[in-house]
Design a binder for this molecule. Structure first.
Ligand code: PMV
Length: 317
């Protein structure tokens, strides 16, 4: 009996969410200690089953709906590798990544399934980070409509990345992180649909292109300055840039009273900077902290209603 396993990390967007959909640069980093895991085994019966024990469900692959996250990932591989009939498999997927909160849980599940199946089937030409990222992107399109591609990229590469959506090929650059960044990721507990938030921004952009183009370019400028600050280890400046980015996201109407409150509380408790992260309207915010303020900020966030606070280090590994 043959078996393979693969995992993929969560992620946070540090700078440039939403504007990245419109071709502006953005920065994201993996959150490696929360992961999605996929296990692929030969089935002992002539069946192909998908198991998601976290939500207590099992479905037959051929009966799974078009948007079933695991089935959609497997179908992408079938298409890409021109495989008509897959062998009888048992696919089990679990995840520690909170869903619908901007940590990339969907993309991580897809990436883990794709990586595990590529290895199981020994598809050498697809067994690399870029191919895993590209296939994950195709699944993201089913769920989100017009994803920028940043989530699948940072999750497949598992490194901090500077990303620009462009044709024919996205710009994906790794960069130096002079001093590792300590981030707290606080969850408002409010689930928010990326598709809805991205759609709302699009409608507002269509209604007032010049205003939104200005906001998007400002996010792009901030992302570029942030990359330089990270490369130079200038933490105070980086914190300031987070504030500026959050203010623009507020103008795009993707913040919320809960996100704003957590941002304010984090700053009052001594964070160097704080902003919402991801699609907004709910989900997570991030706070940049130093060793001596970390615990105080964490407690302040929990006291202000954060449902959970994760700690992560942004660094090149
Ligand atoms: O998946 P989330 O919630 O981290 O949001 C993705 C970030 C957006 O820029 C809002 C959308 C995208 O496709 O880049």
């Amino acid at each position: 009996m043959h078996k393979t396993e693969a995992t993929a990390p969560g992620k946070v967007i540090l700078f440039g969410e939403h504007a990245v959909v419109y071709g502006q640069p953005a920065i994201a980093a993996p959150v490696s200690h929360v992961r999605a895991m996929a296990k692929i085994e030969t089935h002992e019966e002539a069946r192909f089953t998908l198991h998601t024990p976290d939500i207590n469900t099992t479905v037959e692959y051929e009966d799974a709906p078009q948007d079933h996250p695991v089935a959609a990932a497997i179908r992408q591989i079938q298409q890409a590798a021109h495989i008509k009939q897959l062998p009888s498999l048992k696919v089990t997927v679990t995840s520690q990544i909170p869903i619908a909160s901007g940590l990339g849980s969907g993309a991580a599940i897809s990436a883990a399934v794709i990586r595990a199946l590529v290895q199981y089937l020994d598809l050498l030409h697809l067994n690399n980070d870029q191919a895993i990222s590209d296939l994950t992107y195709e699944v993201e399109k089913i769920h989100h409509g017009t994803p920028s591609g940043i989530d699948n990229t940072v999750i497949a590469y598992e490194q901090p990345i500077y990303f620009v959506r462009q044709h024919p090929q996205n710009k994906i650059e790794r960069f130096e992180v002079k001093r590792p960044l300590s981030l707290l990721i606080a969850d408002t507990g409010i689930r928010s649909s990326t598709k809805v938030a991205v759609g709302d921004v699009r409608r507002q952009w269509q209604a007032d292109e010049s205003k939104f183009e200005r906001l998007f370019s400002a996010c792009g400028r901030i992302a570029n300055q942030a990359r330089q600050a990270i490369e130079a280890g200038e933490i105070a400046q980086l914190g300031q840039l987070m504030q500026e980015n959050h203010a623009i996201l507020q103008q795009m109407t993707v913040s919320s009273p809960e996100l704003d409150r957590l941002v304010t509380v984090a700053l009052e408790a001594g964070a160097m900077g704080a902003k919402l992260s991801g699609a907004g309207r709910g989900g997570n915010m991030i706070a940049l902290v130093e060793e001596n303020s970390q615990e105080g900020v964490r407690e302040a966030l929990l006291g202000a209603g954060a449902k959970s606070v994760l700690m992560t280090q942004v660094q090149v590994t």
